[in-house]
Design a protein around this ligand. Structure first.
Ligand code: UD1
Ligand code: CA
Length: 465
């Protein structure tokens, strides 16, 4: 059985605008929602809709945009040196689309679009000249209005600033998502003039031109009106971010995670949480953080690029960055795990303990007030309150090794490089500058001097004066 190869779909994404109303030095499409640039969301939808060639028109901050997507080999970059409008932007892609008969045209600032809607746009365009994604919204604001002929056929798209009062009242808007025919749309774009309120070359005018010429332009309602949410200012960015967060939480909830205060959680797009885990209020989960099953993340915890295995408890207000935490561990409250931290199963890191580039073995404990940096700590070791690995001599960092089941007494200063052997012990308050053999005790401490009656005599002295 053989089938004709599916013609690879081509998407052109318009992303050259500065986004003046963002009040920002950052190109608009690089502003982030759920930790990812707006443009990344659009590109993902196009990919999921089967587009293998992604042409992205860049202009303002082009180098920054390219750099952000340096890893994506399916993108062809197209320059629009001067931002003269959406029509001018698409026209810049003319040479690069070479040969493609149909294009999906997307706006880089409309990130909630679904692959299904793009598929429906492409299919509808097959039946005529092209298709425009439309939505009916309560507050059409500054968006382009879609004027039809009363029989579902497009008459024209008019920008809010150019609209007549009765057109302004229309609540059906242009989403900025299209399926358009090449080369015809380019021929029409070549003929555009900027005679409108913004003095720009409008892509919408080319679509209107086709409709005026009697071409059939399908109007495709998006599956979900929120797909039409564009980002033109920070309020709209906040709304999009919120919607993406809600979608993510809905998905994780369906898959078995409990969110006790879903409106008060920050979640990046790449985060995963397993079933039977519970996420409390005001938790922030960023980057590639992955949380296993049956984990409890308590209020105020902040995790970035971490891996947390099953049944671990992250107590309130702990900060974990680049840490790998085993199963059945207990972290916090108020713990800080920095990059390179690896906790073995059942390990405990308590309040005001900072760990950096250090590995704690299975069941090792550091429950209070310690700094453990550049260290290897054996299974079952106990790190007392106030222990510090003195890892930095002002020039270089040095390692501390602590053997299995070792007991490091409270307030021990471990001057690295140094090793405390397995089953060894250090006396509280010791400054350890030499290796301690297995099973040995090391103490470095002046003997305690007890002066009887000291306070009474001192009182007596001050009374004489
Ligand atoms: C555009 C549509 C409007 C629609 C809305 C949907 C036009 C004239 N108007 O308006 O009908 O309701 O989208 O969100 O098309 N861009 C370039 N180069 C330019 C100008 C813009 O690449 O010279 C890019 C922008 O970066 C942006 C997209 O095109 O990603 C849309 O441009 P924007 O200025 O935001 O258009 P809207 O006013 O939102
Ligand atoms: Ca826009």
């Amino acid at each position: 059985m053989s089938s004709a190869p599916h013609p690879s779909k081509v998407a052109v994404v318009l992303a050259a605008g500065k986004g003046t109303r963002m009040i920002s030095e950052v190109p608009k499409v690089l502003h982030r929602a759920c930790g990812r640039p707006l443009l990344a969301w659009v590109l993902d939808a196009a990919r999921a809709a089967g587009c293998e060639r992604l042409l992205v028109v860049v202009g303002y901050g082009a180098d920054q945009v390219r750099a952000e997507f340096a890893g994506a080999s399916d993108i062809v970059w197209v320059d629009q040196r001067e931002q003269l409008g959406t029509g001018h932007a698409l026209l810049q892609a003319r040479a690069a689309v070479a040969g493609a008969a149909r294009l999906l045209v997307l706006s880089g600032d409309v990130p909630l679009v679904s692959p299904e809607t793009l598929g429906r746009l492409a299919a509808a365009a097959e039946q005529g000249w092209g298709a425009v994604g439309v939505a009916t919204v309560d507050a059409p604001g500054a968006l382009g209005r879609v004027v039809d002929d009363g029989h579902g056929r497009l008459r024209r798209i008019v920008e809010a600033r150019d609209a007549l009062p009765d057109e302004l009242a229309i609540r059906r808007i242009n989403t900025g998502l299209y399926a358009l025919p090449a080369p015809d749309v380019f021929d029409r774009l070549e003929r555009l003039t900027p005679d409108n309120a913004q003095g720009e070359l409008y892509l919408t005018d080319a679509v209107t031109g086709a409709a005026r010429a009697g071409e059939r332009v399908a109007l495709v309602e998006v599956d979900n009106v929120e797909e039409a949410l564009g980002v033109n200012d920070r309020l709209e960015l906040a709304r999009v971010h919120e919607r993406l967060t809600e979608r993510k939480i809905a998905r994780l909830t369906r898959d078995g995670t409990t969110f006790l205060a879903p409106g008060r959680v920050t979640l990046d797009a790449g985060v995963e949480v397993g079933p039977d885990s519970v996420v409390h209020a005001d938790v922030t989960l960023l980057g590639s953080t992955t949380i296993g099953a049956g984990v409890v993340v308590h209020a105020g915890a902040w995790l970035r690029d971490c891996q947390v295995d099953d049944n671990t408890v992250i107590e309130p207000y702990s900060v974990l960055d680049g840490a790998v935490v085993g199963r059945d561990c207990r972290v916090g409250p108020f713990a800080r795990l920095r990059p390179g931290t690896v906790l073995g199963d059942g390990a405990r890191v308590g309040n005001f303990v900072e760990v950096k580039n250090a590995r704690l073995g299975v069941g090792a404990k550091a429950n209070h007030l310690a700094y453990l940096g550049d260290a290897e700590i054996g299974a079952g070791a106990n790190i007392g309150a106030g222990v510090v690995t003195c890892n930095y001599d002002g020039v270089a960092k040095h390692r501390t090794e602590i053997g299995e089941r070792a007991f490091v007494g409270s307030d021990t200063m471990l001057v690295a490089p140094v090793r405390v052997g397995a089953d060894a012990m250090t006396g509280a308050g010791s400054v350890i500058t030499r290796d301690v053999p297995d099973e040995a005790l090391a103490v470095e401490r002046a003997p305690t001097r007890v002066v009887r009656g000291w306070s009474r005599r001192r009182r007596g002295r001050s009374g004489e004066e």
